[in-house]
Design a protein around this ligand. Structure first.
Ligand code: NAD
Length: 265
């Protein structure tokens, strides 16, 4: 129970990596505020809604429908989270979408839409998180912990995914900047950089999980990953847990790659 009594927000928590983080944090005793643009109870979400799964396992969670690109939704999300225990211990800014094209196929409106979600929303969530955390009591010298979701593709340049790569590199730099600017206020700001993580609902992934069928994208990812498998959402959840827990006391501005060695290769 490494997060007993803590309140944590996970954006994009209705599916994929965010869902695994929400479940793991709840198992460790946190009350998790799951925020997502998608209806958390959508039957398309295999295994049921995140909050329902957490509660069925004896954990505590709430769902807030929020589009993290909308400032009023971000405000409402933080107000709902603050109402639970009066403080927000950890914020995982995870919501994002893998989208991009070469520059000649990226008109300004596509650039703006992609940056809106994959970079600007992180600025808004982090800004609101810092505002909440600077005003709360410190706990063993730490007032709060922020974990941002970047990617191995924010450190390396993937073919033909301009906006994604630039946005994820921006999230990494946002992380370093805020870690420096708010260190004296006791706020630890770190990022997780997943490699290729199989969430099961992107093209080709269901087949890969079912019978090992490897499409071109999966073959590329396998070839780039020295560890002999692709990642699982739980791999990322374990890293996020470390960064949200009391074991993380002097780590800040760090990018923790969870990529099976992709960026080392
Ligand atoms: N899956 C991977 O291989 C991988 C690798 C590196 C980084 N990442 C990053 O991890 C994060 C999660 O990825 P995933 O693979 O779990 O994706 P996913 O599509 O499985 O889940 C993303 C969740 O975010 C939600 N979301 C999308 N737009 C939103 C918005 N405007 N407001 C609130 N919620 C919104 C979606 O509804 C969904 O529930 C993303 O930031 C992604 O870029 C994923």
């Amino acid at each position: 129970m490494r997060l007993a009594g803590r309140t944590a927000i996970v954006t994009g928590g209705a599916a994929g990596i965010g869902r695994a983080i929400a479940q793991r944090f709840a198992r460790e005793g946190a009350h998790v505020v799951v925020a997502d643009i998608a209806d958390d109870e959508s039957p398309a979400r295999e295994g049921g809604d995140t909050v329902g799964v957490i509660e069925a396992a004896g954990g505590r969670a709430s769902f807030v429908r929020a589009d993290v690109t909308r400032i009023e939704d971000v405000e409402a999300l933080f107000a709902a989270a603050a109402a639970i225990s009066g403080r927000i211990d950890a914020v995982v800014s995870n919501a994002g979408v893998f989208r991009g094209a070469p520059i000649l196929d990226t008109p300004p409106e596509a650039w703006d839409a992609d940056m809106d979600l994959n970079l600007r929303s992180h600025y808004m969530v982090n800004r609101r998180a810092i505002a909440a955390m600077v005003g709360q009591d410190d706990n063993g010298g730490v007032r709060g912990r922020i974990i941002n979701m970047t990617s191995q593709l924010g450190v390396t340049a993937p073919p033909d995914h301009l906006t994604y790569a630039v946005a994820k590199a921006g999230v990494a730099q946002l992380t370093r900047q805020l870690a420096v600017d708010y260190a004296r206020q006791g706020i630890l700001v770190n990022a997780v950089g997943p490699g290729r993580i199989i969430t099961g609902h992107h093209p080709g992934e269901a087949e890969y999980l079912r019978d090992g069928t490897v499409d071109a994208a999966t073959a590329y990812s396998l070839a780039r990953t020295p560890f002999p498998r692709l990642g699982r959402p739980e791999d990322v959840a374990g890293a996020a847990l470390f960064l949200a827990s009391d074991d993380c006391t002097f780590v800040s501005g760090h990018l923790l790659m969870v990529d099976g060695g992709w960026t080392a290769y």
